[in-house]
Design a protein around this ligand. Structure first.
Ligand SMILES: [Zn+2]
Length: 61
């Protein structure tokens, strides 16, 4: 196993961790209802995928 020869400074350590931020989730607007949904996933708001109704949304009665 490689052993570090020198201790990295706080500045170098923090500069390295500047790239560790979590990327935001990529969403696209649903073509049916326009709410943000994940790619290649059923829309959770209207239950449609590729123009087909996969499940019915709960309607308040
Ligand atoms: Zn939708």
């Amino acid at each position: 196993m490689a052993v570090p020869r020198n201790r990295s400074s706080n500045a170098r350590k923090n500069a390295k961790r500047g790239h560790h931020a979590k990327a935001p989730i990529n969403t696209t607007p649903c073509p049916n209802c326009g709410s943000p949904r994940l790619f290649h996933r059923i829309c959770s708001a209207c239950g449609q995928y590729k123009g087909k109704q996969i499940f019915k949304q709960a309607e308040p009665e």
